[in-house]
Design a protein around this ligand. Structure first.
Ligand SMILES: [Zn+2]
Length: 520
């Protein structure tokens, strides 16, 4: 009996003993699918046969992974991915916000000190200068590793923010010139390989094309959309980015980058961050329940399969660590929800701002009281408040009190409340706190009721609710134990897990933990 117990104790020790992180791979492929809800993994599972199927079968699949900040939007999701930081330290509080210093609206990556390289001459460039923290790639570089760090996407923010400050390059697609571009922040002249790609004018093969469903029986089936503007019978796709072809271009560009940069063949680990943007454009237009979303999800599975096969061939599966996630989810289209007796609807942000403006004019006298808006709130005209010798807190409270009476407003926080931490302790307030960075955040933060949208058409995302916050997190590679992991994790856990595998310091703003339950 004693011996049985001793064996049992040994077995427990073996199970609970220290685990060693996998050895650093030659290449990390860090993939974001823009607006890819967690449930898309399972909704369309039987249709996946390629990349997503492989990740689900051979990867460590985290089934309860969330973005834990508010607002859940593209720039914030991408800045979190490889920094492990929340906006409260990264400074990336949204896609756009009102910059109090310059008095202008800025984007998360717009940088007047840079110019586009490869696009229209003299066009304004982008850089990571508003990102205040380091990324995994930055830690590689600061540690003096001989690594290449490259970011690729259709959107500038989605290429730049995961790659970080010290990256060798971030490339994105400029729809004005139909060229792949970068900015003078990274280099003054495009690499020869990228010039060659631009010379091939990939976009031309999609001119006038129609997006046919994969399920279409023949070419006469009704298309989802067409690139011919002014055709009343079929929806206009809008742009190349808003079709699966945007993702195809990203995949093709990524293959070229692997070859041109010789990724996975340097002394130390290379890092390739790729973000597939087209899922987001399509999702905004038609919503998660539309057949287009199923179709582009299946096409994404195939593209990822193609990319992983290519990397197997040129770098080797045993030398590669893949991590896949999304920057946020998305809400159902309100009208679709209403039909199935679910809550939801649309609220007018314009009407709300007008009500705020009128209330302030009535109480404090006429004036331009609002400076701007962002993904999550209202910026008050602080100069006017100072001129009139008003108390900022009193004015913020006036606005908050009014907004709380508006229909379908779920929570309102003033920046002074958030700065003092005077909020309730639930996860919604915690998300608002994590999303709050005083120098940049709005004066009054607004969160709408679940399933309610400020968008007049289609659908959107930004809330802390699960449909917006829950995303796939899958790791796959040597030393990773495949299977489903059901413990709740945060997107912020990805970056410190990677730096642990790389034997590096954690990125400077990371709040995540190491997902060592998946280490073999
Ligand atoms: Zn996004």
């Amino acid at each position: 009996m004693k011996r049985v117990l001793a064996f049992a104790a040994l077995a427990v020790c073996a199970l609970a003993g220290p685990v060693t992180a996998p050895r650093p791979p030659k290449l990390i492929v860090a993939i974001v699918i823009d607006q890819f809800r967690y449930d898309y993994l399972w909704r369309f599972r039987t249709d996946y046969t390629a990349g997503l199927a492989r990740l689900l079968n051979q990867g460590a699949v985290f089934t309860d992974a969330h973005h834990v900040h508010y607002p859940t939007v593209t720039a914030v999701g991408h800045s979190t991915f490889l920094s492990g930081a929340t906006p409260s330290s990264s400074g990336i509080i949204g896609n756009e916000w009102f910059d109090r210093e310059s008095g202008e609206s800025v984007t998360s990556v717009s940088d007047p000190g840079t110019r586009l390289v490869g696009g229209a001459p003299g066009a304004l460039g982008s850089s990571p200068h508003r990102l205040l923290v380091s990324t995994v790639g930055d830690e590689l570089k600061m540690a003096g590793r001989h690594s290449k760090v490259i970011g690729i996407s259709i959107k500038d923010r989605s290429a730049i923010l995961p790659a970080g400050h010290a990256a060798d390059a971030a490339y994105w697609y400029d729809s004005d010139s139909n060229n792949w571009v970068t900015s003078t922040y990274f280099m003054n002249d495009l690499a020869a390989g990228v010039k060659e790609i631009n010379g091939q004018h990939w976009f031309q093969k999609y001119l006038g094309a129609s997006w046919l469903p994969l399920d279409a029986k023949d070419d006469n089936a009704p298309p989802f959309c067409t690139m011919v503007n002014g055709n009343d019978s079929v929806r206009y796709c809008g742009s190349l980015e808003a079709t699966p072809w945007g993702n195809e271009m990203i995949e093709e560009f990524t293959e070229r980058a692997v070859m041109n940069e010789n990724l996975g063949h340097h002394d130390d680990t290379d890092l390739l961050a790729v973000s597939f943007s087209s899922n987001d454009y399509v999702g905004h237009a038609v919503g998660p329940d539309a057949p287009e979303v199923r179709d582009i999800s299946i096409r994404t599975d195939r593209l990822l399969g193609r990319l992983l096969d290519f990397i197997d061939q040129h770098v080797g599966a045993a030398n590669t660590l893949v991590v896949l996630t999304a920057d946020h989810g998305v809400a159902p289209v309100p009208e679709v929800n209403q039909k199935r007796k679910m809550p939801g609807g649309r609220i007018s942000g314009f009407a709300m701002l007008r009500a705020v403006s009128e209330a302030l004019s009535t109480k404090y006298g006429a004036g331009k009281w609002i400076d701007g808006g962002s993904d999550d709130g209202v910026y008050l005209n602080r100069k006017l408040i100072m001129q009139k010798k008003l108390d900022l807190e009193a004015v913020q409270n006036t606005v908050a009190d009014l907004l709380k009476t508006q229909p379908h407003v779920f929570r309102v926080y003033t920046s002074i409340e958030l700065a003092r931490g005077q909020v309730t302790g639930d996860y919604v307030s915690q998300a608002a706190l994590r999303g709050f960075f005083e120098p940049r955040s709005p004066d009054v933060v607004v969160i709408q009721d679940p399933y309610y949208l400020f968008s007049p058409t289609g659908t959107s995302h930004s809330t802390p609710f699960n449909y917006d916050s829950q995303v796939p997190v899958i790791f796959m590679g040597a030393g990773i134990q495949p299977g489903e992991y059901n413990e709740k994790i945060a997107e912020n856990d990805i970056a410190p897990t990677l730096t642990t595998i790389l034997r590096l310091e954690e990125p400077s703003g990371s709040i995540g933990r190491i997902l060592d339950e998946m280490f073999r």
